[in-house]
Design a protein around this ligand. Structure first.
Ligand code: ADP
Length: 271
């Protein structure tokens, strides 16, 4: 009986090994496909803005004297905007590489959320120029332990998306509230929102919601990076569609350090 059992166990082990090998082969193929798709997307994302920069710069060089002043200003604006886009893209690639290498260590210090939101909004000034931004932060938000560099990047990625996926002249809202142990920050827009089946997938690396129309530039990395950074600071980042109207809402939940917690009703009642 013992021998029979041992044989069966060996057979079962063998089968597990076979399935594992198959899994590994499939994963390798999947990784290969991803890498290929990534390379195609990266070259597209690098070359599109570069082509605009080159085109505008060449026109400026060749037609300089013949160009009216406004045309020159337009060409320069294109060069600046497209260079900024390239810059953000490369920064995203570097951030993702650091996350994957486990090289992102959050340097947590006491920070004023409102101040960092303000810095991020100022940094995004030009990109948000065609949207209405509503800020709804209570003055009394407790200080949080955050890495200001990572936190600002999270906000920039979320605001960049809101500007990109919601129509011009629509309203983007940054709203915050504290509930004792957490601060909840919501960034919502009035775009078309997310297909319900995709609210979790949008955080996958390189995932972009398939669109019929011309695809807006992007890498599918912004949200993966944002979530990675938020988790490195002990928080969570989730996506949903707004209940009140069309649009997406991204919710950041960040822990309030014990010394910053004000007794809420439950703990006061217990005391
Ligand atoms: P990217 O914007 O570069 O494609 P992200 O990781 O930032 O990459 O976003 C992944 C996908 O999630 C986007 O391609 C888009 O389809 C969807 N998405 C992100 N933010 C929004 C938003 N505010 N409204 C609608 N769709 C969004």
């Amino acid at each position: 009986l013992f021998d029979a059992l041992a044989d069966m166990a060996a057979l079962a082990l063998e089968r597990v090994r076979l399935v594992e090998d198959l899994d590994r082969a499939e994963r390798a193929a999947e990784t290969g496909r991803l890498r290929q798709a990534l390379l195609t997307s990266i070259s597209h994302d690098l070359r599109t803005p570069l082509a605009s920069v080159l085109g505008a710069a060449t026109t400026l060089r060749d037609l300089d004297a013949a160009l009216p002043r406004e045309a020159k200003a337009d060409l320069l604006a294109t060069i600046i905007a497209e260079s900024e886009r390239l810059n953000r893209f490369i920064a995203n690639l570097l951030d993702m590489t650091r996350l994957e290498a486990g090289a992102v260590a959050a340097n947590l210090t006491a920070q004023d959320v409102a101040e960092i939101v303000d810095t991020a909004l100022r940094r995004m000034d030009r990109i948000l120029a065609h949207h209405r931004v509503v800020l709804d932060l209570p003055a009394s938000l407790p200080a949080l332990r955050l890495d200001p560099v990572l936190f600002e990047q999270v906000l920039v990625n979320l605001l960049d998306n809101a500007a990109k996926y919601a129509p011009e002249e629509s309203t983007l809202t940054v709203a915050g509230e504290a509930d004792g142990a957490h601060v909840r920050l919501r960034i919502s827009d009035e775009g078309e929102g997310l297909p319900p089946a995709d609210v979790e997938r949008v955080f996958d690396k390189f995932y972009r919601v398939p669109k019929g129309d011309s695809v807006r530039a992007g890498t599918g990395l912004g949200l993966a990076i944002a979530r990675g950074f938020v988790e490195a600071m002990g928080g969570t980042l989730t996506a949903a569609n707004r209940a009140d109207r069309l649009g997406a809402v991204f919710t950041l939940v960040l822990p309030v350090p014990p010394e910053g917690r004000r007794p809420d009703r439950a703990t006061r009642a217990a005391a």
